[in-house]
Design a protein around this ligand. Sequence first.
Ligand SMILES: [Zn+2]
Ligand SMILES: [Zn+2]
Ligand SMILES: [Zn+2]
Length: 221
Amino acid sequence: MKKAMVHPWLELLLATQFFTTCRNHLLSNRNDCNLFCIDCEAPPAAFCYYCRSHHHLTHRVIQIRRSSYHDVVRVSEVEDILDISDVQTYVINGSSVVFLNERPQLRGCVSSCKALSSSSYSCETCGRALLDQFRFCSLGCNVKGIKQDMEMPAKAENGSECGGNEDVTSGNIVGSTSENNTGPSTMTEKKKFNENNEEVPPAKRVARHRRKGIPQRAPFF
Ligand SMILES: [Zn+2]
Ligand SMILES: [Zn+2]
Ligand SMILES: [Zn+2]
């Protein structure tokens, strides 16, 4: 049931640099090129608010947004025209979004992110830790994954689907949510330390008796 294909406009979308200033509307306020037309596959792919009203009024246009300097698109704008069921969604500013491209990972971020999310899901392409059970972190990684899937079965042309080689059984998701049933007995200091007082630290000898030993002046010559 998978659509093992990559839309040409999707590759154009992922390769496009957004949030540049529109050359045609340099003096206008809303001249950020943050719009993309799915129907026009001709560059320039990114255009501004005014370009849209001039050239793409009846076209399917999606708006690119930014989150921490990374391009995202709202799920509501692409879910009808794109299969994003394998892509991790994030809620940013109250909207569900997906990232366009893979984000560079800082060293050590993977482990810390995993520790935060407490999940073992990760992007199949770039390895980024995911919050939920998705296959990819972004549309870009999804495209790469699709292309890899397309290249894989190029051996036999029988057309017979020999699925099941990989143990990807989607029914293995066992929710281990039985945590709060048995109240764990709070370990109330049952550890008894050795109460042997044998190890009395040796008191330092106070040289009291030396007092007698203090040589007094001998009055005798
Ligand atoms: Zn413009
Ligand atoms: Zn258009
Ligand atoms: Zn990824």
